[in-house]
Ligand binder design. Sequence first.
Ligand code: C2E
Ligand code: MG
Ligand code: MG
Length: 886
Amino acid sequence: PGQQRCPRRDGSEFDARALARLIEFRGRPAVLVSLSDTTELNDALRQAQWNAGMLARTEALCRSGSFEVSLPGGAVALSVGMRALIGLAEDAPVDGQIDNLAWVPADEQLFVAGIWRNAEPGEPFEFQHRVQGLDGRRLIVLHRGQVSDDAAGGGRRGVALLQDITAQREAELRAQELATHDEVTGLPNRAAFLDLVDAAIHSARWSEGAITVFAIDVPRIADVKAKMGFGAGDTLAMALAARLQQAAGPGESIAQLSDTEFALLLDSADAASAESTLQRAHALVATLQAPVRLGPTDIHPRCVIGVASFPGDGDQPAALLECAQKARLSATEAVSVVLFEPDSNVRALREMAVESALRQALENNELCLHYQPQVDLSNGAVIGAEALLRWTSPTLGVVSPSEFIPLAERSGLIATVGDWVMHRVCEQTAAWRRAGVPATRIGINLSASQLQRPDLAQQLQAILVATGADPASVGVELTESTAMADVAMAASVLRQIKAIGVEISLDDFGTGHSSLSCLRSLPIDVVKVDRSFVHDVTAAPEDVSVTRAIITLAHGLKMQVLAEGVETEGQLSLLAANRCDRIQGYLFSPALPADAFAEMLREGRRLPERFVTRVSRTRTLLLVDDEENILSSLKRLLRRDGYHIITACGAAEGLQRMAETEVDVIISDQRMPGMTGVELLHRAKELYPNSVRMVLSGYTELQSIIDAVNEGAIYKFLTKPWDDQRLREHVAEAFRQKEMGDENRRLARQVESANADFAAVNDRLERLVAQQREQADLLSSSAGSMRDLLDSLPAPVLCVDEDGTVAFVNQQAQALLASCGSILGRRAADVLPAAALASMARSDGGAEIASFGGDDHLVLSRPLGGTDADNGQLLLFIRQPVLEGV
Ligand code: C2E
Ligand code: MG
Ligand code: MG
């Protein structure tokens, strides 16, 4: 057989297939040639080939492949595209079997086969599965297929089209990830967290359990972003996210709600009791607050946590989270963990009302100041007052500053309120001076945000000048937590304020968590001991010792001590006995309107004489006995030795006398109604440990007396009736003992205060050195990165410092000015081309044209660090025309 093109009669051609055969024709051998027209067949063949080629190309282009499967046998025939997709060489023999396709991962083979074997003829289907390419690639494919009955064989035939959708799926996953995760830390975001909380609430409902959510805020992240750049902020956020991840237990989830806010969904076991939740939160605060090193600086990421629980606080995920966030808003530096309180919705409404009324109040002049007198205990005179805000709102009535001040702090209104108070106090003191009211000092309460202003001292000074007030007539008060928020900042602002001559008091001392020694670096004149440390003579001895310790320590640091909130004579006596310098409180006077206070100053009202600190250093002896005649005979006997003798006919009266007068030696009877002598002297030992105490008794209750002697409550036990001479000797010996003790304590105090001074100076120096080092580190690192940046700039840049020396040259500039040699460190006037010098000389940030090797460059100069050319200049060379150089 053969093929050839044959002409037709009409001239057209056709594909002819010739078949020749030897035959016998009419008895003779012959050749029978038959021609068949195969044009159509050949066309169909070409078409089929073209189709196959096209399919292969299309499959390659669409990253898809196809196969045919015959069922029920299961034999599979792969297309060329399919072979490429699964990484099978074109001539590799095996096509495979639908039940165990080699290129489908083992765990999905059954699934793929199952779908094919159960497919309904005529019903197209699609599904996704993984492909384990024979060349090692892993793909995800969209697998479409359809089975049809095979008319000829009685079986069925299936055709499959597989499309590689790996990239698409990855993009989808990434998009989903982005929609549900934070881009920087990769933690689930708010939306994803709410889903998790929702699931947790459902399961807690089911198991009648509880769940707890922490809303955690780290404002420092925003701060670092603003001051050190986004990269630094992101690094800090990532470090904290890692700590959170470590701190979270197995069943717990964490999330990032915003730039500075994280959340933790607690395991239900930890949410069991408020106490364990609080413990957990405090532990977390401690973990997160450990310093993070960013470049050369240690960052202290302070954080606050708000806590809310289901079912108590909210039963919807968003509401529950909101409760935690609301609680967090009322957290402070001092109280870093706050549990949500159900009534805070009511409170929030009230806060909104107060806030808007306060805005109004400032405009309508509804605020005024009252003045609470402060008294000097050494002479009983008024030495100053604290200015306290008073506000009567037309809509809300009287609102306490304890309510509106914290609110003003949160809403930012405090800046305006604080300014107003400073102005008002200065105006008032100036007015009083003009009116001839005796001079005094008025304390202004400063809030944390006022102390954040680096120019606070200048502002105060400007107000003093504007109002004509004397700096000695004002003082400022700041609380411990305000001071501790940023000690370095507070120290610098306060030093400036002190330099003006304004007195500085530390308010509410004892309520924060700082120690006096920690505050040593601040220039504080007066420590205001919080009223929770102001006790009565009847208080527990431990409490009294704490107050005494604060006073002693403050004196050691050369600070005066003022006790706040003194309401009773008992409190006053005890404070005076413990050498407190000043008091303020309702006992002397509440805060008064300006006129009433001025009147008090004019009148020269004082504290009654008996409260004024006893400065008499005569030897004072207290005799306590319930029998009058014994008291008088003792008095008669001991008077001739020159003692100042006080008597009391009972323990209670004895305590009262001790509070009024500083007593050196106490002699008490043992058997008295109400309280025994030993008990009284025990008490006296706690309250006035430096006194020397003796019992004089005819009644010997041996054990209690031995105990008292052993515990040091009693110095000597003397018996009645007494021998006059022996008793006088004992008393004289007791006074000697007391004076020796006093002298020793005085020396010890001197040593202690010298030590404290030394330590304070040392401390201050160390801080200064550390601060300078930190500053230098920061400067050098930012200078380094600046230099890198300029170096990589695709244009020549150089800097000339204020002395006219070339201080920086980037590589491009060095190349451009190569003919001048190495120019770094040389005088600009000697090495730079004239055009550059001319550009620098022009005050308008000049532009000049300079020519280098035939190329024109535009030379731009800009002053460094603002508009003042005194800081040096930056020169930029731009090749002209610009586009040609690019
Ligand atoms: P603070 O500075 O500790 O003021 C002392 C508070 O104790 C005042 O409350 C005062 O009236 C009260 N007080 C005085 N003596 C006694 C007493 O014997 N017993 C008792 N229980 N309390 C006494 P006030 O006036 O309600 O002020 C509360 C707080 O509001 C102040 O505490 C201060 O932190 C703040 N504040 C008041 N005025 C201003 C201001 O002008 N600026 C700023 N930033 N805060 C202010
Ligand atoms: Mg105050
Ligand atoms: Mg106070």
